[in-house]
Write a protein that binds this ligand. Structure first.
Ligand code: GLU
Length: 466
């Protein structure tokens, strides 16, 4: 059975790079009817924060990625780590190192002066002398001193490190707290991970973790190190480019499926397919075909995907999502018409709300440039005739096509050009010239509200200066 995990450190918000690795791990497990686990790596108590922890769970709920079993917290597993540290000490595979801070610093300086990579020199590895007083020891693992550490990475292919690149690194600090690479290896082994998908910033940690697996006789999972997401100019993605909190995407009006679709394509592809439903992602995603090079964040693409999903999800779903933006359409008798009309042009839910408000709120102002251009001497008379026509046909007017059916002969009879009639109607009904088709607006507002707005615009002469 395939088991994967997402293992964030709750030191900041969950950013989209993290969500992407979580998605890849989720897809790979679920595609194989396996398990996807969530583990919070919160041993760095000085840097953890509860808000970040909550934000991670909240983001998972929002995007609808469910994890199996309970969330594991490393902070609650300290006994387990201690047990394995003691086991390694007992078996002579780890040892106490009494080197002081000053000695370590002096060693590092000497190595740097000799142009060597700083590494612990193993001086307490087989120490038999007198133990120095006043130093709380750290615990170091006995890393192999020769040979190679190799593994087959699902993205990067064969990885091969000289054993000498890994020194006897610290697995427990002098206060007894286990270190990062140690706990990750213990947890991945005990949680029975078969596949570890993570950012390639962790690539150099992997040989160290393999040393731990080997020391304890644990099975080594398959690793997939995913290249970074860069900004469009190939630099590290910054907040300004979009490296923001996943929940900011919700606040900016993105649908979760658009964000997931965007993320699956940032680093993986299936021919030239751009749109992936969750079912398609589950069917097609394979971490062995993740791109080898970094991907570029492209906000236009995300907007494009978002407008696709806004157009294609159900109106019920849209009206539910809009509640987050205090736009309540539930119970509105024209809900379907309003959404059908407004969703065509919206790239985000924020834009969708703005265009709904623009339609439903009686305009207080009329676009000056538009009024100047389109409201002429005979416009008021034309609108009065048009209102008369609407009143005369009021029983037949329900849908956009009903308005169209009576308007076309009116235009012909008075020998009007379309903008001559339509732009003043748009301005009177919505305040501007950009709104959608006038027939749709009339149908959504209904006869009574439309007449009210015509009269209002006429009473102030479209706010035109005399
Ligand atoms: N906690 C690590 C991070 O947030 C991830 C560790 C891993 O995936 O192995 O970067």
């Amino acid at each position: 059975m395939i088991t994967t995990r997402f293992a964030p450190s709750p030191t900041g918000y969950l950013h989209i790079g993290g969500l992407r690795t979580a998605l890849y791990s989720y897809l790979w497990a679920k595609k194989n009817n396996g398990l996807f686990k969530l583990r919070i790596e919160d041993t760095d108590t000085a840097r953890n924060n509860d808000e970040a922890m909550k934000a991670i769970i909240e983001a998972f709920d929002w995007v609808g990625m469910s994890y199996d079993g309970d969330v594991e917290y490393q902070s609650k597993r300290l006994d387990i780590y201690t047990k394995y540290i003691n086991q390694l000490l007992d078996e002579g595979k780890a040892y106490k190192c009494y080197m002081s801070r000053d000695e370590l610093d002096a060693l590092r300086e000497e190595q740097m002066a000799n142009k060597q990579t700083p590494r612990y020199d193993g001086r307490y590895r087989d120490f038999t002398g007198t133990i120095p007083e006043g130093v709380d020891p750290v615990i170091r693992i006995k890393a192999p001193q020769e040979g190679r550490i190799t593994f087959e990475d699902g993205v990067k292919s064969s990885m091969d490190f000289a054993a000498t690149e890994v020194d006897d690194f610290v697995i427990a600090r002098s206060n007894g707290m286990p270190t990062y690479n140690f706990v990750v290896a213990i947890d991945d082994a005990l949680m029975e991970m078969t596949d570890v998908i993570r950012g390639d910033d962790h690539l150099t940690n992997t040989p160290k973790q393999i040393v731990i697996y080997n020391a304890l006789g644990f099975n080594i999972p398959k690793f997939y190190h995913v290249p970074m997401i860069n900004n469009p100019s190939g630099k590290k993605l910054s907040k300004r480019d979009g490296a923001m909190d996943v929940m900011d995407y919700k606040r900016k009006g993105y649908l979760a499926e658009a964000l997931l679709n965007f993320l699956v394509r940032l680093g993986w592809s299936n021919g030239d397919q751009e749109i992936f439903s969750m079912d398609e992602m589950l069917e097609l995603f394979d971490p062995n075909t993740i791109n080898k090079s970094a991907s570029a964040y492209n906000e236009d693409k995300l907007l494009w995907l978002n407008s696709h999903y806004i157009k294609n999800v159900s109106n019920d779903r849209l009206s539910k999502e809009l509640e987050f933006f205090d736009c309540i359409l539930e119970g509105h008798d024209k809900k379907e018409m309003i959404l059908d009309l407004c969703k065509e042009r919206a790239q985000t839910l924020v834009e969708l709300k703005a265009s709904i408000d623009n339609l439903l709120d009686t305009p207080l102002d009329y676009d000056k440039k538009g009024s100047k251009k389109f409201v002429k001497e005979n416009t008021i008379e034309m609108l009065e005739n048009y209102m008369k026509l609407l009143e005369e046909n009021k029983d037949t007017l329900h849908l956009a096509c009903d308005y169209e059916a009576i308007t076309k002969p009116f235009i012909a009879e008075f020998e009007l050009k379309f903008p001559q009639l339509f732009q003043p109607i748009r301005i009177a009904l919505t305040g501007g010239t950009q709104a959608p088709s006038v027939y749709d607006i009339l149908a959504v507002l209904g006869l009574e509200e439309s007449i009210k707005r015509f009269k209002q615009a006429i009473s102030v002469n479209f706010n035109k200066e005399a």
